[in-house]
Design a protein around this ligand. Sequence first.
Ligand code: TXA
Ligand code: MG
Length: 313
Amino acid sequence: MDITLLQAADLLLSSEVIAVPTETVYGLAASLYKPAAIERIFSLKGRPANNPLIIHVADINDIYPFIIKLDPDFLKLAKSFWPGPMTLVLPIIEAKVPSIVRANLTTAAFRIPNHPLAIELLKLTGPLVMPSANLSGKPSATCRKHVETDFGSDFPVLDGGTCTKGLESTILYKDVSVNEIKIIRQGALSKEDIYNALKINAEIVKPQNNEKPICPGQLYRHYAPKAKLVLTTIFPENYQGVLVGYENRAYPKNSIFYCLGDLNKPESISKNLYMILRKLDENNVSEALVDINIPDTGLFATILERLQKASSS
Ligand code: TXA
Ligand code: MG
């Protein structure tokens, strides 16, 4: 159900949960100051309580009341990439951030989204917690229709069109023991983007088996359609099933082709990725081959990581 900006603000301030557009993916929003609404987010999504939420604000000054200090590297990153698809995990003053939001950790995650409606809304409501607006485990929602598929057509959605990035924000954390910035969730901002802008070499941390990840969300199966995805670089000439691939690449002529986008424009692929994964479900596809013959760099590295998660059981 489509709502206006003012209705969105009123609903949030009356302890309701609504969906809000951002440039990455749609968020399921509740006011940071409405604990009942925050609890409802967890139950609506079927989200485990040990998976903390990102706090979204309109301006960097809105973060200072919650945190102990902003590391100088993080300040540089914030100045370069906010508003934008980057989330910073910061040490907080525990009394200032409800423990349900941060899953009892001594840190919390913060982001300034780059979407005019989200910013206008945040100015009216103050800080909002927003996980991605999808049922836990499913691909994130990148348009209003996706939100309504997961939460029903009566669910209030502030419609801001299709998300321009289409992948979640990149989450950064400072490992103080070695004074290094780490990428704890790959996202729409690449390691290379960070290096090119600031000459900061942020290492991508992938949790090993049995290790407790720094980013609790990495524990869970994610981004997965019902369809079984088979990641491959080899396509038998006589293959007649569903094939997810790229424009301008030759595939078996009788396959049923779902196009992720143009290999020369990785942004087009990231924008389409969840759209295509969800389309497989809409069309009741049970199995698809997915072409993973793409570089493991830049935005492609995130796309590969999402495909790997989406295909794992
Ligand atoms: O692009 C995005 O980040 C979207 C939009 C709506 O802003 N939000 C999003 O939220 O992807 P969610 O809840 O789907 O993913 C948040 C991730 C989870 O993996 C969670 O574990 C991690 O952020 N996270 C939150 N707080 C954390 C903390 N204090 N330390 C480490 N990881 C944290
Ligand atoms: Mg999510």
